[in-house]
Write a protein that binds this ligand. Structure first.
Ligand code: G6Q
Length: 562
């Protein structure tokens, strides 16, 4: 064993070595899934009057109804056994204890520390990180209040009125989602913009109507080396300097969020205006770290504190609730059940709340970057085609309801794919307007009902449907969904909702025995483009050594660009 392998083995939990397909619970579930094939949701509901209230769980203001999932009490029992024998609880404890469970990057995974109250202690390498977290939160609050109250003055003495977050991936998607979700509690006199794409259109459009004298850029990048972010930050710098012609303006118009103080200083941003975080915060788990500075500026430190409290409440629930009533455990198990045992390849997330329009995009990164893995923690292949293999991370996607109903829901109702859905809805509208909210809610309930029970040929005959139309108008039903119902979309509720999905992903990762916390595919993308850039920028036609298709595309681009 090499030194590396030995130290990894020493860190691993006893569960990492267990081939999942050999677990009795796994095998029982495979047989059970086979046995359930002929049973429909109609059958299950007809046989069991309590199903709709029994197969539910509730925590942190979230009511989770999974009665319309294709499962029985026995399925649930077996899934819980699978979670136990896969070491979900032990792995979660290792995370909370600050162990380096991200073995390929040798990092701890401590996003739970970002929302721990001051009174808590969470240790990493013998050091309590909670005071560090709160010190950064306090510094962020000072900055946020200055901007919100018009006390942060630009180079010419005018108060900042527009904030532009420059970042990508985990340094963008969380704040974009949260700022939109919490717009109802945000400071409306401030303009919030987000620039992520290296496409110059993104930057140009974002600043086109802004006044540089009143604009503050937040350069958000954990590494402060990401090509897209550095290119956009460079353009922002040039945009500011073009107006002021004075380097001193940078300090008034730029702050940074990063773990890399040297690179921040080299860029010209005063490190006094840098808000730090730590390598134990993964990008996609960072919206409640300093990466959330734009969110805090928008909603204020108090509401940001509420958001963190919501995250923390779900952390505590995940850590302490019995698996049978544990929302993240149940949600994670359902994803495993639908994906690995019932063969669904995608999960649709359908928020019936316009404020959550970017929630599916945010979740795509959280879920797919985390569970898009094809080897176990020990490096063994688990492609479904290999011995002992199985399907991991499903594709997450979605759009807010009711809009989706007028486009892709057709396929969910009558296509050949079975797509489990997560419906998310709120009892109280943040913008009550006539009948609108009841109409919205009627749609969410009706969709879940129609997907589960469909419409049979007999029902169509009874309605007088012409014979030849019956196959077209029949809805098979038996299409699974869960519904998450909460009272109102508050900052606290949003925190709990995000933490619910974060921990559900953790549960999936533990069961699939994969590393949910690395992202080598993303790293690859960062390197590949870097290799081609000089070939595009060089004045002479460079020798190209890619495949013939890439070579031809590069040549054609150079030609077309002129
Ligand atoms: C997230 C990923 C990735 C990352 C971006 C931005 O988990 O690591 O999406 O957030 O690539 O990276 P920087 O914050 O380092 O610019």
């Amino acid at each position: 064993m090499t030194g590396d392998a030995a130290s990894q083995a020493a860190r691993a939990t006893p569960f990492d070595a267990l081939p999942r397909t050999e677990l009795p619970a796994w095998q029982a579930l495979a047989a059970h899934a086979h046995g359930l094939r002929g049973t429909t949701l109609r059958d299950l509901f007809q046989a069991d009057a309590d199903r709709g209230t029994r197969l539910t769980a509730e925590a942190c203001g979230l009511y989770f109804d999974y009665a319309k999932q294709r499962l029985t009490d026995e399925t649930k029992q077996l899934l819980v056994q699978l979670a136990r024998s896969s070491g979900v609880a032990e792995r979660a404890e290792a995370m909370f204890r600050g162990e380096r469970i991200n073995v390929t990057e040798r990092r701890a995974v401590l996003h739970v520390a970002l929302r721990a109250p001051k009174s808590h202690k969470i240790f990493f390498d013998g050091h309590d990180v909670v005071p560090d977290v709160h010190a950064v939160l306090e510094a962020m609050a000072v900055c946020a209040e200055h901007v919100r109250e018009g006390r942060w003055l630009g180079h010419t003495g005018k108060p900042i009125r527009a904030v532009v977050n420059i970042g990508i991936g985990g340094s963008d998607l969380g704040p974009v989602m949260a700022c939109q979700a919490l717009r109802h509690v945000s400071e409306r006199s401030l303009t919030l913009r987000f620039v992520s794409n290296v496409d110059g259109t993104d930057f140009s459009e974002a600043v086109s109507d802004l006044n540089p004298e009143e604009t503050l850029f937040i350069v958000s990048s954990k590494t402060f080396t990401t090509q897209e972010t550095m290119a956009n930050a460079g353009s922002a710098r040039a945009w500011v300097l073009k107006v002021f012609g004075d380097e001193a303006a940078i300090a008034r118009h730029f702050v940074a969020v990063s773990t890399n103080a040297d690179a921040v200083a080299a860029f010209g941003i005063d490190t006094a205006n840098m808000f730090g975080f730590w390598d134990w915060v993964g990008g996609r788990y960072s919206m409640d770290s300093a990466i959330g500075l734009s969110t805090m500026i928008a909603i204020g430190p108090e509401a940001f504190g509420e958001l963190l409290a919501g995250f923390h409440a779900m952390d505590e629930h995940f850590r302490s609730a019995p698996f049978e009533e544990n929302l993240p455990v149940l949600m994670g198990l359902l994803a495993v059940w639908n994906t690995t045992f019932l063969g669904s390849r995608t999960i649709a997330v359908l928020p019936y709340d316009q404020y959550l329009a970017r929630f599916p995009a945010y979740l795509q990164q959280l879920t797919m970057e985390s569970c898009g893995k094809r080897v176990t923690l020990a490096g063994d292949a688990i492609d479904p085609g290999t011995a002992g293999g199985y399907t991991t991370g499903p594709i997450y996607w979605g759009e807010p309801g009711t809009n989706g109903q007028h486009s892709f829901y057709q396929l969910i109702h009558q296509g050949t794919e079975v797509i489990p859905c997560d419906f998310i809805a709120f009892a109280k509208s943040l913008n009550p307007l006539g009948r609108h909210h009841d109409l919205l809610m009627a749609n969410v309930f009706a969709q879940a009902e129609a997907l589960a029970f469909g419409k049979s040929a007999e029902e169509l005959v009874a309605e007088g449907c012409a014979d030849w139309l019956i196959p077209h108008r029949t809805f098979p039903g038996n299409r699974p969904s869960s519904t998450i119902l909460a009272e109102q979309l508050t900052p606290r509720l949003l925190g709990s909702l995000v933490a619910l999905y974060e921990h559900a992903v953790f549960v999936q990762g533990a069961i699939w025995n994969i590393n949910c916390f690395d992202q080598w595919g993303v790293e690859l993308g960062k390197q590949l483009a870097g290799r081609i850039v000089p070939e595009l920028e060089s004045q002479d036609a460079p020798a190209l050594s890619h495949d013939s298709s890439t070579n031809a595309l590069i040549r054609r681009y150079r030609l077309m660009r002129g």
